[in-house]
Design a protein around this ligand. Structure first.
Ligand SMILES: Cc1ncc(COP(=O)(O)O)c(C=O)c1O
Length: 435
């Protein structure tokens, strides 16, 4: 008999992502239209600009050696300057107005690494993190791994209900739990998973609320702006960071994965100085620097304007897919009274609610959808169970990132067929709750 491995508590709390199953299914059966994986559009990946930048870089021996050498833990200085300009330009602010310099920027191995490292810096087991309900599945897994306690605040069409965040923090203060509250996490642009965006008044209000309860220690806001550059309707909104002129309360993180190429796996963060130092110490232990070659390539691609061009191309690509999905939902679900869905202004996601239908992994719709040749992510993965262990079970995350517009249209048709197969009538839902 094999002698068992003795695993640390943290490892025992860390599980595979619940959506790996759905990603695997799609790989196994290419006929399935997958709305499950949050992957980017394949055809528009920037092969030519990256080839040109790589050729140029590698043709210059001095530049090539610099790129093929180790970099620094904090990231390539030029790229940090460019990131600062990118974010400040988007916010219509000078770095000085936000008390920011390139020393306040860190380049990471995707924004995911920052989410992890900041958690490592902040959370002891039992510490409290407040997220939107629902929120980014992978972040929830990460919080579980850290042993953090997750409390949630509902959303509406304007994003997180900041008034309810205020009420929650007030309750925690009364109960003497405020010392355990470390962080409020928001995916504030075209949220994964709902596609919803935090409104401008709530951005300011969010900083004000967090400041109000930061009496004995500072509660941080983690602003995950991963999809910000993929807006295809309306104008950009100022970041939450824009309302933090002293650079004290908001860690802003984003990524080159979504608006450019995830294969470069490069993200970044702007953060308060007393958060930066411990993050860098940990990052030093992890990798002492994200891949230098990718950073040097990105520096060139930003400087040449190719990065901005690509982001513009992608906005068009995702607009077309979003329109295909919304048109198909209108066609197939408009006369289903229990159905409603979000209308994103950017990003990859539509959140479909089918009141009364069990959309969960053990419910009938998942299997019926697979039988019909379409896949979605059960919305319950975006929620944390309440005290009684319950999670909402009537929601689906539909990602139009990777499917072509034609596949998007076909996928929604198949989803309607699947819903019909489990008895969802045009007059409403059959009672399949808890089935
Ligand atoms: C909301 C959100 N944050 C962060 C990430 C991490 O992306 P990356 O590590 O590629 O930057 C993702 C990826 O899907 C995401 O959806």
């Amino acid at each position: 008999m094999t002698v068992p491995l003795s695993r640390a508590a943290k490892s025992q709390r860390t599980t595979d992502s619940p959506i790996s199953f759905y990603i695997q299914k799609a790989f196994e059966n290419p006929e399935i239209v997958s709305f499950a994986a949050g992957l980017v559009d394949e055809d528009s990946l920037p092969v030519d600009p990256v080839r040109a930048a790589a050729t140029e870089l590698l043709s210059d021996p001095v530049a090539a050696r610099a790129a093929l050498q180790y970099g620094s833990t904090q990231g390539a200085p030029k790229l940090r300057e460019q990131v600062l300009k990118l974010v400040c330009d988007a916010d219509g602010a000078k770095p000085g107005e936000l008390n920011l310099t390139p020393a306040d920027v860190c380049i990471t191995t995707g924004s995911q690494q920052l989410l992890y490292l900041l958690g490592e810096v902040l959370f002891d087991a039992g510490d409290i993190v407040i997220t939107e309900a629902p929120s980014y599945f992978v972040y929830h897994s990460l919080l579980q791994s850290h042993g953090a306690k997750v409390l949630t605040v509902p959303m509406d069409d304007d994003g997180m209900r900041v008034d309810l965040l205020d009420a929650l923090l007030e309750r925690l203060r009364r109960e003497g739990q405020l010392p355990r509250v470390k962080l409020v996490y928001t995916v504030d642009y075209f949220q994964n998973p709902t596609g919803l965006t935090l409104s401008v008044p709530r951005r300011k209000q969010l900083v004000d609320v967090v400041k109000k309860y930061s009496t004995a220690h500072r509660i941080l806001i983690l602003e995950d702006a991963a999809y910000r550059e993929l807006r295809f309707t309306g104008s950009d909104l100022p970041s939450v960071k824009r309302f933090d002129p002293t650079n004290e309360f908001v860690v802003y993180t984003s990524t080159f994965s979504k608006p450019f190429a995830p294969g470069l796996k490069t993200g970044y963060a702007l953060m308060p100085r007393d958060a930066m130092a411990p993050v860098l110490h940990l990052k030093g232990s992890h990798d002492f620097g994200s891949t230098n070659l990718a950073q040097h390539l990105l520096t060139r691609l930003i400087a040449s304007g190719e990065y901005a061009k690509q982001a513009e191309v992608l906005r068009g690509v995702y607009k077309q897919k979003a329109e295909a999905m919304l048109a198909a939902l209108d066609e197939h679900f408009a006369d289903v009274p229990c159905a409603r869905w979000t209308v994103p202004a950017g990003g990859f996601y539509v959140w479909l609610t089918l009141d009364g239908v069990d959309t969960g992994p053990d419910g009938p719709l998942v299997q019926a959808a697979l039988d019909a040749g379409v896949m979605y992510v059960p919305g319950q993965y975006g929620h944390v169970p309440d005290e009684a262990g319950r999670v909402p079970k009537s929601e689906c995350r539909l990602c139009y990132g990777v499917a072509t517009p034609e596949q998007v249209t076909e996928g929604v048709r198949r989803l309607r067929k699947a819903a019909g197969a489990i008895g969802l009538a045009r007059t409403g839902a059959r009672a399949v709750v808890g089935a």
